[in-house]
Design a protein around this ligand. Structure first.
Ligand SMILES: [Zn+2]
Length: 300
């Protein structure tokens, strides 16, 4: 078991040098030849392990990550390019079953995002609440989305729970599928002691103001911790999970002014041990979701 693990690590490390797409297809074919098993979880554990070891990271915190969930076309057109033009990579969580939908990005656009230096993460196939489906379905959704992206030449490293719904069983499947970590929708900062499969984030919605985001960043600066900001749509006016591009411009100006390092989620995990602080710091003064008292947001 240990030997296998070390071998996987070596393979993954060599990939960073060899190039992701070629590697992904090679790993997938090796995985497929060993496929003849009726046990879906056993198949799942044959997916390649990702590792934080090969990821280059900047200095210790504070750090900020920018996530875009669900692969909306409006985010691809009006939001992500603004961040990229400022030199900030984002992490895009893709629902693999939505690739053909008109309002979502397609494979060409996902590849373009990856080529621009953004991280592509998995976000299931159909976006179910993973705590409300059977174990088999959860395995299909989690491993299936990672495998689907791997087939397309994209090796994913992190996962995001749809709408934040997770529990120990779901987290265990995510680990077995080879992800190094996963993002929740619970509001808060991430410190050195955070469980990588329970990453907190701050949901940015149509109701969120720039001063609220700036306050959250200021908290991360003060505590030298890791803030993950989660977005969905951009300039889809009238939609509760859409933000205007002007808000993004304001955020970028703030990040630049204070020279806050912006990293992908995989990079953040790779440098997690160097983030200061071990407190479970919650952003209580800031309205983090639009869903009343629940820590979970339906817009994850
Ligand atoms: Zn989602």
């Amino acid at each position: 078991m240990k030997k296998t693990k070390r071998l996987s690590t070596l393979i993954i490390l060599s990939v960073a040098l060899a190039g992701g797409a070629v590697y992904a297809s090679r790993v997938l074919s090796a995985y497929r030849t060993a496929e003849a098993t009726p046990d879906p979880l056993a198949l799942c554990t044959r997916l390649p392990r990702s590792t934080a070891g090969a990821i280059k990271v900047p200095t210790a915190g504070p750090i900020v990550s920018i996530d875009f969930d669900d692969g909306f076309l409006s985010a691809y057109r009006y939001g992500i390019p603004l961040f990229n033009a400022a030199g900030f990579p984002v992490t895009a969580y893709i629902i693999t079953g939505d690739l053909q939908h008109s309002g979502n990005i397609d494979l060409t656009e996902i590849k373009a995002l990856e080529a621009a230096g953004n991280e592509i993460g998995a976000h299931t196939i159909t976006h179910p609440h993973l705590t409300n489906v059977s174990e088999t379905q959860a395995i299909d959704e989690i491993c299936g989305s990672r495998e689907a992206l791997l087939r397309l030449g994209i090796l994913t490293t992190t996962f995001a729970y749809p709408d934040g719904y997770s529990d120990p069983a779901v987290e265990s499947i995510v680990k077995d599928a080879g992800f190094i970590g996963a993002r929740d929708t619970e509001a808060g900062l991430n410190d050195a002691a955070i469980d990588p499969y329970k990453l907190k984030s701050y949901q940015v919605t149509a109701a969120t103001t720039l001063p609220e985001i700036e306050y959250a960043i200021a908290q991360a600066v003060q505590t030298k911790e890791w803030l993950i900001l989660t977005f969905h749509r951009v300039d889809d006016t009238g939609n509760s999970i859409s933000v205007p591009h002007q808000l993004i411009r304001g955020l970028i100006a703030y990040l630049k002014k204070d020279r806050i390092p912006v990293v992908t989620n995989a990079e953040g995990l790779a440098m997690k041990s160097r983030i200061a602080g071990t407190r479970d710091y919650l952003l209580s003064p800031v309205k983090a979701t639009t869903e009343g008292t629940s820590a979970r947001s339906r817009s994850g």
